[in-house]
Ligand binder design. Sequence first.
Ligand code: FAD
Ligand code: DHB
Length: 389
Amino acid sequence: MRTQVAIIGAGPAGLMLGRILERAGVDAVILERRSAEYVLGRIRAGVLEQGSIELLDAVGVGERMHREGLVHDGVELSFDGDTHRLDFTSLINRHVMVYGQTEVTHDLMNARAASGATTIYEASDVRLLDFDGDGARVEYRKDGQTHVLECDFIAGCDGYHGVSRVSVPASALQTFERVYPFGWLGVLIDQPPVADELIYAHHERGFALCSMRSPARSRYYVQVAQSERVEDWSDDRFWDELRSRLNPATAEALKTGASIEKSIAPLRSFVAEPLRFGRLFLAGDAAHIVPPTGAKGLNLAMSDVKALGTALVEYYGEKSAAGIDNYSQTVLRRIWKAERFSWWMTSLLHVFPETGAFGRRIQRAEFDYLTGSHVAQQSLAENYTGLLD
Ligand code: FAD
Ligand code: DHB
């Protein structure tokens, strides 16, 4: 089989890139290790920046998002029970959309199926070959046979644990990493959210986040030590811990019950540089990881593939390599800004084992500065809703 662009991974990055290319008449095949059902079963991000909303609209898959998604004009920050609302509309006249990653993936998968474009699910042992030469190849196994996909370019959209980044010789890659000594224990429940907007809470027992997926489905997280195991967290234990970290009125209003999903995600900051190696490009979590505190992971994946898709379309349409030549440099600038914001939000809102009394006073001072300063709030709002470039 031959295609112009072989896309590795059918997560949000791979599917969105496929959609951008398909609409411009560039042929692409997506190879995904898992089944479509498995990909849709992973509960991950929940907040879309304005740029991601606009991109979904631009590629013609925004209809259900506008119907079912929840437009949020602000968030609440809480520090040891003291609360402050940030109003994005009055601060910077922007907003975000609460619409789960699962739904985004679903919409992109449906659009791809309707277009007839090829996605090969359950492709195992994917190998990236000859991407430093004149034409690349991808080998994979499916139904007990080895197949070869010949292509002009490979887009590595296969997440942090994928094969693309590790196919690059270590000497050609520089990586930057910070692993945080804690994770987020997340619970999904079919109960109305405790508040109309998200609540990001710092408490001496650790961070907590009240989020949602719909008016009837809520998503909650608490910071837990790296050593914690999900089996040790009964629903009751989770709700007690969450309540203890919220202000009393919010804790009182919380509607609890049996969870429908519970998992622990580790927190990490990671960037690989550069993001192009001959005919191979990295995008999304394959290229970088942010701790989830700033709700940036999914949004960065979207902005990467918007840039990569535009560059590839330009390459085929206008015979110009300028976009693909500049891809790495252009997206890394935005990536590092999102890394900075996510690291900063994480530092402000979590309890670190090494923080100590001085560090906690500094965190409190940061919160007090923020709640008392219009420009500091504008800065947070600008980053949270998504930088324009
Ligand atoms: P992915 O979504 O990881 O998609 C990569 C795809 O590639 C997967 O479908 C995978 O099966 C496939 N793949 C992997 N290896 C291969 C291979 N060898 N061959 C073929 N296919 C392969 N962000 C937030 O903002 N908020 C959150 O609450 C949040 N929670 C998260 C929880 C977890 C457990 C994880 C891992 C991430 C979370 N994120 C969150 C981050 C966000 O979900 C990601 O940034 C986003 O999924 C990135 O999309 P992607 O398409 O780049 O990668
Ligand atoms: C969600 C996840 C986040 O990381 C975040 O910052 C906000 C919301 C969520 O899963 O709903």
